[in-house]
Design a protein around this ligand. Structure first.
Ligand code: NAD
Length: 483
């Protein structure tokens, strides 16, 4: 078992080497124990400039590499990472809080993404287009867009880096990654895997907080910003980047679930418990609010309350198989408590959980909490909590439930349970979200596009689209004279 007292020292990694910083440093403490677990540079604009310069220099040759060559580097990074699964997972648990088994699962999914994009790199095709005069042919080629800035949050600190790193480098782009200030240590382990598997300057890391991120997205040599994080920061970046920088925004939202009278209720309960409380609810596609048809409402609420009460909450390093670990940030811990208090004030009933796990203090542990009969006005029913809390409310008419599901800000993912074909297609088509999962709660798979709508942002990761977003088109019009 990994020790609790390990402190990871992170250093910026660019141009194939590690570097100190001219700024001061960030300290990260374990949210389960409050112990210091990582120190990292709080990089200045000057540090950012040097990392971007490395990415710009490497782009000149990386853009010309053959897809098969880029593929080999990605497979090699996957193999190097596979040898460090335990190190990376332990670093995630120490600074992010999710139980160790879950952290290992995240690293394995990251490795799968690397292999997937290694293969997808070789499936980029252009077109030829007939012209309306003889002797001409138009060719459309796809070229890498340029050096990319990848800015990521802390909830899936390795996987979210992975989608950007893999998609960008597979396309022939270079990248500067700014990990979250809450999870620098796992990125340091990843950079050590990059060092032995990629040419210098192709994949670079700079540590720091929002000001470092701001310097990176505003840098004029950055051709595209790939951002995952909160709506607030996404909106700030939208205003910061110059109009000629490519941009994808994967932001938060409030994700609904609809359960009809025709659903398999035990399956719906199991799905709701998993997608509301996994990673302590700190998932952009976590179920935040559930609308249940009147005929099955009581059965569903009783089942979900029992399922939530059965979840084991523990320090994820000591109990690797725990269901729920510590929350990552004091801010989300407090927001969850505030949303519970607000739901109570709106007349909702707390039917499971409701507060901290006292014997795990000072760790940021909360019991998985279900509030029933939550009115639309309660914060939990329209604002992202990002903690282990879900609100449940009854409905009579399916169109009304769909309208309520569509009414909160954001359009990332929605879930539905029904065994009726007409209801299935109605829900799949009318829910205004980038991802709709019916009779399952795993809305994202690596080979299908994943992205949000409205306030949840734009652009796709995963799938071929997650690679195309790093490419730009070029029309080449040839006059060759052949008839
Ligand atoms: P955040 O927006 O606070 O921070 C995300 C990253 O942006 C961090 O690296 C941070 O240092 C950096 N940053 C902060 N201010 C910046 C600025 N002005 N310019 C550039 N970079 C800046 O988000 P968070 O609290 O780390 O993550 C939680 C949020 O992320 C939730 O809202 C969640 O829904 C969202 N999220 C979305 C997805 C998705 O795929 N749509 C996935 C995971 C998380």
């Amino acid at each position: 078992m990994p020790t609790q007292h390990h402190v990871t020292t992170c250093r910026n990694f660019y141009a194939g080497a590690w570097h100190g910083t001219s700024g001061n440093r960030i300290e990260r403490h374990n949210p389960a124990t409050a112990e210091l677990v990582a120190v990292a540079p709080r990089s200045s604009a000057d540090d950012v400039g040097q990392a971007v310069a490395a990415a710009v220099a490497a782009f000149r040759s990386w853009r010309r590499t053959l897809p098969v060559e880029r593929s080999q580097h990605l497979h090699e990074l996957a193999r190097a990472s596979a040898e460090r699964v335990d190190d990376m997972a332990a670093a995630i648990t120490r600074e992010q809080g999710k139980p160790l088994d879950e952290a290992r699962g995240e690293v394995r999914k990251f490795i799968t993404a690397l292999h997937y994009y290694a293969e997808e790199a070789q499936r980029v095709f252009g077109r030829t287009i007939p012209n309306d005069s003889p002797g001409f042919t138009s060719i459309v080629e796809k070229e890498p867009i340029g050096p990319v800035a990848g800015i990521v949050p802390w909830n899936y600190p390795i996987e979210l880096i992975g989608w950007k790193l893999a998609g960008a480098t597979a396309a022939g782009c270079t990248i500067v990654i700014k990990p979250s200030e809450y999870t620098p240590g796992c990125a340091q382990v990843l950079s050590e895997c990059v060092e032995s598997t990629f040419p210098p300057g192709v994949v670079n890391f700079v540590y720091g907080d929002g000001s470092t991120g701001q310097a990176l997205v505003a840098h004029p040599a950055i051709a595209k910003v790939a951002f995952t994080g909160s709506m607030r920061t996404g909106q700030a970046i939208f205003r910061t980047v110059s109009g000629i920088t490519g941009l994808s925004l994967e932001l938060g939202g409030s994700c609904p679930m609809i359960v009809t009278d025709r659903a398999d209720i035990p399956a719906a309960v199991a799905g709701a418990a998993r997608r509301s409380f996994r990673n302590a609810g700190q998932i952009c596609i976590a179920i935040n609010r559930i609308y249940v048809q009147e005929g099955v409402y009581d059965e569903f609420v009783d089942g979900l309350a029992a399922a939530a009460d059965a979840l084991k909450v523990a320090d994820g390093l000591r109990v690797p198989s725990a269901d729920v670990g510590a929350l990552t940030m004091a801010e989300t811990y407090q927001r969850t408590l505030d949303h519970i208090a607000d739901a109570r004030a709106h007349g909702a009933a707390v039917v499971a959980g409701g507060g901290p796990v006292d014997d795990l203090s000072p760790g940021l542990f909360l019991r998985p909490t279900v509030v029933a009969d939550a009115p639309d006005a309660a914060l939990v029913m329209h604002e992202e909590t990002f903690g282990p809390l879900v609100g449940v409310a009854p409905f009579a008419d399916l169109d009304d439930a769909i309208g309520r599901a569509n009414s909160a800000p954001g359009g990332l993912a929605a879930y539905a349970y029904t065994n009726d074909t007409h209801e299935t297609f109605t829900l799949a088509r009318e829910l205004d979200f980038g991802n709709v999962a019916v009779n399952n709660v795993d809305a994202g798979i690596i080979n299908a596009p994943y992205g949000g709508r409205r306030e949840s942002g734009f652009g796709s990761e995963h799938g071929h689209e997650g690679l195309e977003s790093y490419l730009q088109l070029k029309h080449i019009r040839l006059r060759h004279g052949a008839q």
